[in-house]
Design a protein around this ligand. Structure first.
Ligand SMILES: [Fe+2]
Length: 187
């Protein structure tokens, strides 16, 4: 009787091992499969939206660094100058991926308005408080959008996923620093 049980148990163990092996194999296959042609087209569309957002962010930070008035204006200006560079570098990383997928780039800045996810907020009010609030709002919008992209890409393209996660982490650290500075401006 014990022998039969032992045989039965080992059957289950081997079955389990085989199951795990197949599951691991399927996961490995899917993660290496990459994006299909249709998915690449969708990825290009999403990455172009990010690109438009990065250019808007780059310009808004640059403009803000020149126009900031009021409490902590020197600090805001210095931070915005750095962030303007950060967003430019992000735009570079995104462009490389779009070209890798043989996607088209927006040839006119006016297209940014049509495809941008987070839009452009003109710094009409140049107070440091307003500039920081506008920047925080935009960064939060970007982070939300990155979640959408991450869900879409999944593990199908680890390279794109890595870039989006890196940029998203950077935007999150921007949000923290902007919020810290806003608190100083308000007190
Ligand atoms: Fe940012």
């Amino acid at each position: 009787m014990q022998k039969i049980n032992k045989k039965g148990n080992s059957k289950w163990i081997w079955g389990g091992i085989l199951g795990l092996f197949l599951l691991g194999g399927a996961f490995f296959y899917l993660s290496k499969k990459g994006l299909s042609k249709a998915e690449q087209t969708k990825a290009v569309e999403l990455l172009n939206k990010v690109l438009a957002d990065e250019w808007f962010a780059n310009y808004q930070y640059w403009l803000g660094s020149k126009l900031a008035k009021g409490p902590m204006s020197k600090e805001v200006s210095a931070l915005f100058t750095k962030y303007s560079d950060d967003e430019f570098n992000n735009a570079n990383k995104i462009v490389d991926k779009i070209l890798l997928f043989e996607g088209n780039l927006p040839l006119e800045p006016k297209i940014w308005y049509e495809i941008s996810k987070c839009g452009y907020s003109a710094p009409i009010d140049t107070s440091t408080k307003n500039l920081l609030e506008q920047a925080i709002k935009r960064e939060k919008c970007a982070v939300e959008f990155f979640k959408e992209i991450t869900d879409f890409i999944g593990t199908k393209d680890v390279e794109v996923l890595k870039i989006i996660q890196e940029i998203s982490d950077m935007q999150n650290s921007h949000i923290t620093e902007l919020q810290n500075l806003l608190e100083l401006v308000q007190h």
